[in-house]
Every structure is written in C-alpha cells, then in structure tokens.
Design a protein around this ligand. Structure first.
Ligand SMILES: Nc1ncnc2c1ncn2[C@@H]1O[C@H](COP(=O)(O)OP(=O)(O)OP(=O)(O)O)[C@@H](O)[C@H]1O
Ligand SMILES: [Mg+2]
Length: 334
C-alpha cells in the first residue's frame, strides 16, 4: 500500500442544500476537516448527514456556499473526474452483481485507464489489505460472499485508485453487531496504514467514539452542535442536545477513550519489578482496560508498567477522579 500519498483537507463554508421541493436539508454548514483524520458525522435521522456527504463528491449539488477538497473548489471540477479521486462506500455496498470481486475492486483504475497488470496487482494488494485472500475470493461473485465480506470488498473498491478522500455513509450498519465490531477494528487498523481523510456517517454513538478522530454532532438542517474529539465530546457536551445524544452512560464511554493519567500514578515504593501479587496493566492502556483488569482480578488497584518496568500504581479512586476532572472544556459551537 502506498502510504506516502498525502490526504487532502476538506473545507465546508456556509454550505447549503435546498431540494427543489423546498426542503432545506442543510442550512449553512461551516467546518474544516483535517487531512488524514477520520471525521464522523452523527445526528438524528433526516438531519442532513448523507446530503452533506454527497455534496462533497457532487452526487448532490449544493445550492449555496463552497466546498474545497485540497484547497480546490469542487464546484469548478469535472464531476466524474472528481468522483474517481474520492472513494465512496455506502450501506449495502452496491457491488456490481454480475462482476467478479476482482473486477469490482478494479472499477476505478479501469476507468482511469491503468494498464491491466497494474490493476491486477493493485486489486490483489487491496483485497489482502482488507483481509480477503485474493486467490480464494477474487474470482467469486458478490452473492458468494457474506455481508461482512462484501462490505470489505466495498472498502477495497473505494480505496483502489488511492483516493485522497474516503466518504463512508453508514458503512457498517447492514451487518450484525459482532461483524460490525470486527469491521470497525479492521477499519481502524486500515486507516492507521492509509491515513486517508475519511468522512464517516453513522447513527451509532459507540461507532462514532471508536472510529472518529473528531465527531461532528448535527441537529436538523445540519446545524453543527459540537465538533470535537471523542474524549472532549463525552467529557464536556456543549449543550443539552449533545448531552442527550451521547447518552447517560457517557462516563462509561469516556473510559474507553481516556488514557491512563501518568501524572496521577501513586509511587510504587522502590520496586524494580512489578509485584507478582498485583495485577498489571501497560501504560499505554485506556482507563477502560485498567478498570477491566481491576474487576477481573478483584483488585482496587493496578500496577502500571512501561516496557515491563513498573511506573506507579493506579487506583479505582484515581479513575473516578480523572473522569470527574476532564482535561479541557469543549468549545461551544453555535
Ligand atoms: N431528493 C430529495 N428531495 C427532497 N428532500 C430530500 C431529498 N433527499 C433528502 N431529502 C430530505 O433532506 C433531509 C436530509 O436528508 P438526508 O438523507 O441528508 O438525511 P440523513 O441525516 O442522512 O438521514 P438518515 O440518518 O435517515 O440517513 C430529510 O428531511 C430528507 O427527507
Ligand atoms: Mg443518510
């Protein structure tokens, strides 16, 4: 995989979409999406998420404002050409049923006129990257794969021509919860490799927290209620709308995105090795992992180690205290 190609930033400036029947799906949305980050758009049904996404690759034309990808206005570009430079993944994938998996994945490179050999190499590389053995699955047809496998093919196809932007509209919502979790994990690993600018739409706050570098919470007409990293969103919801949206168990969710606070660790008392009778957790773990170890071992503290060397002791009280005093307050938008 070519991980060297830069991802592109996306800038939305007072973007508006009013459909011909008068429906204002997006009133005036302004946001900057950083290159190489995953931005999650979340909000209630009908709030305009898909409309926003589809305006970025011009499947829908905005009726106001400007959208820039890599600093260049998309409105001035050839729509078909633009779409070949932007990967797009939707809920039911939309694979071509009468084409093999290889042919499906090679769609955009073929449109771009790549030589056959290069398309073949690229296709196999991508299938491997998303965890499908090209020898085994490459010549099958979509109906010969499971839903989760088809979803992986959809991601491989979207990445085939190495787009600088990847748009994903509820990509994992059509599969069962277990497969969904696995696909989410795979997506995270994949994104660590490819570092695309990803815009991902979801209804699911847990998915948003797991996958997003930043989360944009939208209300009706795509009003931006808060735009912040997951930990900030959970620790300091900007208003009642966001608070309600992230749910009453946001403290639990926060555990999963909060690293162990090294500055809070208690002295270990001159031990050079972690004592065998106390549970141990690695310093790069989250509070959720630390708490899970405590619960599993029936202990109210864990020894935190870095490369096997004990750094200090974290107690259950420390976890409570950490969540009670979140780092920095979230900026209030609108
Ligand atoms: N072609 C259209 N003509 C008129 N109104 C439309 C059209 N497409 C979408 N809308 C309306 O625009 C609004 C936003 O739709 P959109 O599909 O962007 O919502 P969404 O946030 O993606 O919803 P969901 O979570 O249900 O997918 C809705 O009120 C919808 O009914
Ligand atoms: Mg939608």
């Amino acid at each position: 995989m070519d991980g060297t190609r830069t991802a592109a930033p996306i800038n939305l400036e007072r973007v508006r979409k009013q459909y011909p029947d008068g429906t204002v799906a997006v009133e005036s949305l302004t946001m900057d999406l950083a290159a190489g980050e995953t931005t999650v758009l979340i909000g209630p049904s009908g709030c305009g998420k898909s409309t926003v996404l589809r305006m970025i690759n011009r499947l829908i034309e905005p009726t106001g404002g400007t959208i820039r990808v890599d600093g260049v206005e998309v409105g001035g570009q050839d729509a078909a050409k633009l779409r070949r430079s932007i990967g797009y993944v939707i809920q039911n994938v939309g694979l071509f049923p009468h084409q093999t998996i290889r042919t499906n994945v090679g769609t955009v490179p073929r449109l771009l006129g790549w030589p056959k050999v290069r398309i073949g190499e690229r296709t196999d590389e991508l299938l491997t990257l998303v965890g499908l053995d090209p020898e085994r699955y490459g010549s099958r047809y979509p109906h010969e794969l499971s839903g989760g496998q088809r979803q992986r093919v959809g991601v491989a196809r979207a990445l085939a021509a190495d787009p600088v932007v990847l748009l994903m509209d509820e990509p994992f919502s059509a599969v069962d919860p277990i497969v969904r979790t696995r696909l989410q994990d795979e997506f995270r690993r994949l994104q660590e490799t490819v570092r695309k600018t990803v815009v991902l739409v979801t209804h699911d706050i847990d998915e948003a927290v797991r996958l997003g570098d930043r989360i944009a919470v939208l209300s009706e007409h795509a009003h931006l209620q808060q735009f912040a990293p997951p930990a900030e969103l959970l620790a300091a919801p900007a208003n009642d709308f966001v608070r309600e949206f992230v749910g009453g168990d946001r403290g639990i969710k926060l555990l999963a995105v909060t690293p162990i606070p090294r500055e809070r660790l208690n002295p270990i008392g001159g031990l050079s090795k972690a004592p065998a009778d106390r549970p141990v957790v690695s310093a790069d773990a989250t509070l959720q992992e630390a708490l899970a170890v405590m619960l599993r071992e029936g202990s109210n503290s864990v020894v935190v180690t870095s490369n096997g060397t004990p750094e200090g002791v974290l107690t259950a009280d420390d976890i409570v205290a950490t969540l009670a005093t979140p780092g920095k307050p979230a900026p209030v938008v609108e």
